[in-house]
Design a protein around this ligand. Structure first.
Ligand code: SAM
Length: 225
């Protein structure tokens, strides 16, 4: 597991070259992930681990986006992008995704792009994202996950110590995630058969679905009991 301090240091060292190196791998997938957020005019969106803002061009201007990251150097590039492109609908804050400064249910949609394998505790982050998303809202993650194929999975596991030095894990499987009871995994797919990256689409559901319905009183129940 990478500690937040290490994450900050590693991504600070990438910040100036991040778009040149990673945009070709990430941007089309981020665009696809944004299209799964089911945004409509006025939607409130949270993006966690926004990095340099590869997603920014893909948000409709009639949404309100809060984009957060723990690495100030990455955010410096995101802020510059926002300014150059005149993206007044995007607000940028330095903030930890495992402790989002927002009310429960504040957002209609949440995006986590290439960050669940970077954070120290992906389960905790996932439950924090579920907390701040309203019931019926969408949470989308795009990430590399360890393959369930034994040979490929073994190779990825072997590469894990090296990749951690570069700032991400290779050994996290989708099945390792403890999906909170308030999230339903609605869809999971890759953009092509050989794609290394997988998109996970969750919907925020009520913790106790039955409590959302007014129970129909049973005529057989005596009112005095
Ligand atoms: C691989 S980059 C992905 C950046 C961006 N989402 C993209 O698609 O290009 C991972 C980002 O997650 C950020 N990050 C890691 N841990 C975080 C945390 N606990 N809270 C917020 N951001 C975090 C890193 O600083 C880095 O910018």
């Amino acid at each position: 597991m990478l500690k937040p301090k290490e994450v900050r240091q590693i991504y600070a060292s990438y910040a100036d070259m991040y778009d040149r190196v990673f945009a070709r791998f990430f941007e089309s997938r981020v665009r696809e992930a944004v299209s799964n957020l089911k945004l409509s005019p006025g939607s409130k969106v949270l993006e966690v681990g926004v990095g340099t803002g590869l997603s920014f061009a893909h948000y409709p201007r009639d949404c309100e986006v809060l984009a957060i990251d723990i690495c100030p150097e990455m955010l410096r590039h995101a802020r510059r992008k926002k300014e150059v492109l005149g993206l007044d609908h995007i607000q940028i804050e330095e903030m930890d995704a495992s402790n989002v400064q927002a009310h429960s249910g504040q957002f209609d949609a949440v995006l986590a792009g290439f960050m669940l394998t970077v954070v120290e505790n992906p389960d905790h982050v996932l439950s924090e994202l579920a907390r701040v998303c309203r019931i019926g809202g969408q949470i989308v993650s795009v990430n590399h996950f360890r393959s369930e194929n034994r040979f490929i999975g073994w190779m990825e596991h072997s590469l894990d110590p090296i990749c951690k030095r570069f700032g991400w894990r290779m050994d996290l499987r989708v099945s390792d995630l403890s999906i909170p009871p308030t999230l339903e995994l609605r869809d999971t797919y890759k953009m092509s058969f050989y794609d290394l990256f997988r998109i996970l689409c969750f919907e925020r559901i009520p913790a106790f679905p039955s409590l959302n319905h007014t129970p129909t009183p049973s005529p057989a129940t005596p009112s005095s009991v």
